[in-house]
Design a protein. Structure first.
Length: 271
């Protein structure tokens, strides 16, 4: 079985502050321009599973209205604590049947600290290979140098792994994707790779997905378990000065995508 998955932080309108995007033309930050452009970018990728982050309820309604006409079923989970956005997952109904969908709301506050609302949206899909688990998440950012035991992102990644092990015994394979707010060499990523996941973009050099504060980074990921092999979509080259959003890329993140194919048991151990 072959299918494609895209993960895309679409940039919530509520989080846009003009001074954060000095290289972006003001008109490319306007919601009336961006929303149809983001939808067009998603259409261009033509994925079978679409995982979006920083989706506001109104934006989800717009996505759902359009994508339902093209054979997708949508699921949405909004962050707690009054946050304006959440995560949305759309699946192509001719390939997948949604067996269950639920939200993992992370424990992400101490004492009187307000919750940040970060979560993982999990759907379990029935398809040719059996059951496929898909985790769509946006992990909390930690300042550089934060000790591992104090990192919210690390604790949230641990929650995902624990939850996946509890509910995932019947799944033939898993995909974990989203904005991890962490780099490939981070504690967060090492934890997930050490828990049985593989990085679809591991062999892609300089696969930058965003450039906040003029620094190129890869903080968006498509991970998968060993029952699948991945062919990643190559990313356009960006530098610290590349405008994001722009006329070509309507978010401050690039979408990442991969074509997945099941592998036989005799090749499960191959990289």
């Amino acid at each position: 079985m072959r299918f494609t998955v895209v993960s895309y932080n679409v940039l919530a309108d509520s989080y846009i502050k003009v001074d954060r995007y000095p290289n972006t033309a003001p008109e490319h930050l306007d919601r009336t321009w961006r929303r149809p452009q983001v939808l067009g970018r998603v259409n261009q990728l033509n994925a079978d599973v679409i995982c979006l982050q920083e989706v506001e309820p109104e934006a989800f309604a717009n996505f759902e209205s359009h994508l339902q006409k093209h054979g997708y079923e949508g699921h949405f989970a909004q962050k707690q604590g009054g946050r304006p956005d959440g995560s949305a997952t759309f699946v192509r109904e001719k390939l997948f049947t949604v067996r269950t969908g639920f939200t993992l709301n992370f424990q992400d506050s101490r004492g009187d600290e307000p919750v940040s609302g970060h979560l993982a949206l999990i759907v379990v899909l029935e398809c040719e290979i059996g059951l496929l688990g898909v985790v769509n998440t946006h992990l909390r950012w930690d300042p550089p140098g934060t000790p591992r035991d104090a990192q919210w992102g690390y604790a949230q990644a641990e929650e995902i792994v624990r939850h996946q092990k509890v509910v995932g015994t019947s799944c033939e394979a898993w995909i974990l994707c989203g904005d991890f707010n962490a780099r490939p060499d981070s504690d967060v990523t090492r934890l997930l790779l050490g828990s049985g996941f593989q990085d679809a973009y591991a062999r892609v050099q300089d696969g930058w997905t965003c450039n906040p504060n003029g620094e190129t980074k890869r903080i968006d990921f498509l991970l998968h378990t060993s029952g699948l092999q991945a062919e990643p979509l190559l990313l356009p080259e960006i530098t610290g000065e590349t405008p994001l959003p722009s006329a070509d890329e309507p978010s401050d993140h690039l979408p990442i995508a991969a074509t997945f194919e099941t592998v036989s048991s005799s090749t499960d151990t191959e990289e």
